[in-house]
Write a new protein. Structure first.
Length: 393
């Protein structure tokens, strides 16, 4: 049996990630799990998750886990997958990629998980993937839509949500259609923000929409007055936000207090706690247009949403959000891959099971996988927030 990932290797891994994911590849040497059935017993399948459960972005991890666990609870109550119940092991990484690397090593080496799921954020996924790949552990459905993870098929990485490139294309094509010819972009000063800014600029060029100005904003920013002042000078036809979590509220608070009147657009990860955001912004959330990558969680005309709301009622789950619904869908698709792998469950069998899904619908939600496509869904819609945090098409 190969040794576990050492603390020294983890520190080196974090240093390499901080300097750039392509540097010092020799430092990323996690141990390959003992065999293809690690995390599998006669009665259980152990799945691991590292995500943000504390700090300004905690709503993403908390809601995502709630939705994933809700469907796992449904499956476990019915007897599990091919006779095995699913155990979800979770750790908080507080949105810190270095902590994500430590948690991932622990999940692989100590908890001996079969697969990983429910990771959150671009930089955190970048920290985890070298460890997962080296150990041969599948990474399923991170809450990440960054294009760089999707351009080539990675055997161990499967997405469910549509990519941010599809969200940005939906936004920019809409702006072009309604005659808006210039935009400014306010982006999170992180790997997530910078990589998707580049995608946004490329798409804007395709649609002949001019990017007149771009503004970085720190994740922990307490105010955005300087950015808002710059927007007043730039006079864009619309403002596209590439940000996630409470920093969106910080920006919107200062933006709505200014005389700048350009319409606002955000990615699906911009607002998670819509009701809370609406209350904290005193109704000033109204008018924000967002890309959505799952149906509205109240739209029970959609079968997957009806199932989600039924299970929320049965299992007493109080969290109800787009992110929770996304987690529920993620778990349902993951379970189908496990089911298709059969009773003699292996990681290779799970990967083959997912790839065998082809083009299908889960409760009318579209998913497509094959050996050449691990990207999952291409569902994207645009909706607008009301004063109280509801969404309207």
């Amino acid at each position: 049996m190969k040794p576990s990932i050492s603390r020294r290797a983890l520190v080196a891994s974090a240093a390499a990630l901080a300097l750039g994911p392509g540097l010092f590849p020799g430092l990323l040497r996690p141990a390959r799990a003992d065999n293809a059935t690690a995390g599998v017993t006669d009665t259980t399948i152990r799945i691991g998750q590292s995500a943000v459960f504390s700090g300004p972005a905690k709503d993403f991890g908390i809601d995502y886990r709630a939705g994933i666990k809700l469907y796992f609870d449904r499956v476990n109550k019915a007897g599990g997958v091919n006779g095995r119940k699913i155990e979800l092991v979770t750790y908080d990484d507080a949105y810190d990629p270095a902590k994500t690397a430590v948690n991932t090593a622990k999940l692989i080496d100590e908890d001996k998980v079969f697969a990983l799921t429910g990771y959150v954020a671009t930089g955190n996924l970048a920290a985890a993937m070298p460890l997962a790949e080296k150990a041969g552990v599948p990474m399923f459905a991170p809450l990440v839509g960054t294009t760089s993870f999707r351009t080539k098929v990675n055997r161990y990485l499967f997405h469910v949500r549509a990519g941010y490139d599809l969200e940005l294309r939906k936004i920019i094509s809409h702006l072009s259609t309604i005659g808006i010819q210039s935009i400014a972009v306010v982006y999170q000063d992180s790997a997530f923000g910078k990589s998707n800014l580049a995608t946004c600029e490329e798409l804007a060029a395709d649609y002949k929409v001019k990017v007149v100005k771009t503004f970085p904003l720190a994740i922990a920013a307490e105010d955005a007055k300087q950015v808002v002042s710059g927007l007043a000078d730039a006079k864009p036809g619309a403002v596209v936000m590439i940000m996630a979590g409470r920093m969106v509220e910080v920006f919107m608070r200062d933006y709505r207090a200014s005389a700048v009147g350009s319409p606002l657009y955000t990615l699906s990860v911009g607002i998670t706690d819509a009701a809370g955001s609406a209350k904290r912004l005193d109704g000033k959330l109204a008018g924000l247009v967002t890309a959505s990558i799952v149906p509205p969680p109240q739209a029970q005309r959609v079968p997957i949403v009806a199932d989600y709301q039924r299970d929320r009622a049965e299992f007493g789950e109080k969290i109800d959000s787009y992110t929770a619904l996304e987690g529920y869908i993620v778990a349902r698709v993951m379970v189908e891959g496990l089911r298709r792998a059969g009773r003699s469950l292996t990681r290779d069998g799970f990967i083959a099971g997912l790839e065998s899904i082809g083009s299908t619908r889960f409760g009318d939600f579209p998913i497509e996988y094959s050996a050449k496509n691990h990207n999952g869904s291409n569902f994207v819609d645009l909706e607008m927030y009301t004063r109280d945090g509801q969404l309207r098409r």
